[in-house]
Write a protein that binds this ligand. Structure first.
Ligand SMILES: C#CCCCC(=O)N[C@@H](Cc1ccccc1)C(=O)N[C@@H](CC(C)C)B(O)O
Length: 232
């Protein structure tokens, strides 16, 4: 996996490839590694697919309850603290390497969280097996206060470096742009993997293809046991 995130003038841009592997086999050519956490917050996941999916979905539920009880937009740092404390508790056995990105009352923010629970704040981040290739692009080309377009191009180039050089990264590039006005997930942003045809052939057969030997209506009587509403 190659995942990257950058901060730009008005928000954050997240990016990921779409390859899932099992050994040397591509298990999924178009999986989604950008997970919803809240309206203002998304999370990139690398590592074990089951762990990143479960962890982010669990966190999204907790954040929704927190937002309701606080009647506030949940700050990115709250989600980061909850995630890292859970991962630390599991001592790295939950193999989720995450980058949380979003915009809150304190401004745009991206934080990487390693499976053991350590976290890093920075204006640009990369995680996953392709992160070395991606980071080479970020280190070379990152500038503070980029426009959204420039940030998207930089993230795209960084993910493309992983797709090109890391065999555990590949297929499409998905992008997510988050500003104070909201979040936009672009999937795919760049397609290297054609869509899988949903139905290769047409399986609707004309009426009469199968001979009808007999037909009838079977009467079933349901006994009404009790109509009283049980007092609990
Ligand atoms: C579909 C399917 C099965 C996915 C298996 C599965 O988690 N693959 C992992 C690699 C791995 C990890 C631990 C044990 C074995 C295989 C994988 O592809 N991780 C990518 C990210 C996830 C979210 C897709 B990336 O980090 O390379």
């Amino acid at each position: 996996t190659t995942t990257t995130a950058v901060i730009f003038k008005g928000g954050v841009v997240l990016g990921a490839d779409t390859r899932a592997t099992g050994g040397n086999i591509v298990m999924n050519k178009n999986c989604s590694k950008i997970h919803y956490l809240a309206k203002n917050m998304y999370c990139l996941g690398a590592g074990t697919a089951a762990d990143t999916e479960y962890t982010t979905r669990l966190m999204a539920g907790k954040l929704e309850l927190l937002a309701m009880s606080m009647r506030r937009i949940v700050p990115v740092k709250s989600a980061v603290r909850m995630l890292k404390q859970m991962l630390f508790r599991y001592q790295g056995h939950v193999s989720a390497a995450l980058i949380v990105g979003g915009v809150d009352m304190l401004g745009p923010k991206i934080v990487s969280i390693a499976p053991h629970g350590s976290s890093d704040n920075a204006p640009y981040l990369a995680m996953g097996s392709g992160s070395i290739a991606a980071m080479s692009v970020l280190e070379t080309n990152f500038r503070p206060d980029m426009t959204a377009e420039e940030a998207v191009k930089l993230v795209r180039d960084a993910i493309n470096a992983g797709v090109t050089n890391d065999l555990f990264s590949g297929s499409n590039i998905d992008i997510c742009v988050i500003t104070i006005d909201g979040a936009q997930v672009i999937r795919p942003y760049e397609q290297n993997q054609p869509e899988v045809l949903k139905k290769a052939n047409n399986y609707t057969f004309p009426r009469g293809t199968t001979t009808v030997l007999s037909q009838g209506v079977r009467k079933v009587d349901y006994h009404i046991v009790s109509t009283e509403i049980r007092k609990t």
